[in-house]
Design a protein around this ligand. Sequence first.
Ligand SMILES: [Zn+2]
Length: 157
Amino acid sequence: MCALFDPPEPRRVPPGEYPLWEQALALVNRDLRVTLPRLEPLQLLALPSYDAGEPENVYVAMANGEWHGNPLHPNSQDSLASAVASVADAAQETVVELLWQAWPLCPEHGLGMHLSEDAEEQLFWWCAGERLRRGPAHIHAAVGALDALGTPTRTRL
Ligand SMILES: [Zn+2]
């Protein structure tokens, strides 16, 4: 840590500034609400870049302002698919590292799931757990759809 300079305060990104990242984060927060209901929604925080003229760094952070991992790549705003891939990946890193637990878990196997993309650029949570009849590994649910498939016993509100 360097004590000579006060690091700049992270800025909470207001709505409308990074629409695709916000859209992607809304999907991820939906999955978070179903799987970790006690956790406050994740947020986008921005820090100025060290290099003048470079875009600011945007992170996927917990409600308390902590995050883990790299900023979102500016190019991941080119399409919703890459925004979802980038935001879900950053969210997973933040949650897993700061809560010290696998997330999201496959309700069938209790294993931490991984991000995967299909031919239509839809992002899925993928589980490595084996299924006896349907072969090894399975796509569990699209990012943002864990509430639809993830908890079949849950009563709908
Ligand atoms: Zn599974």
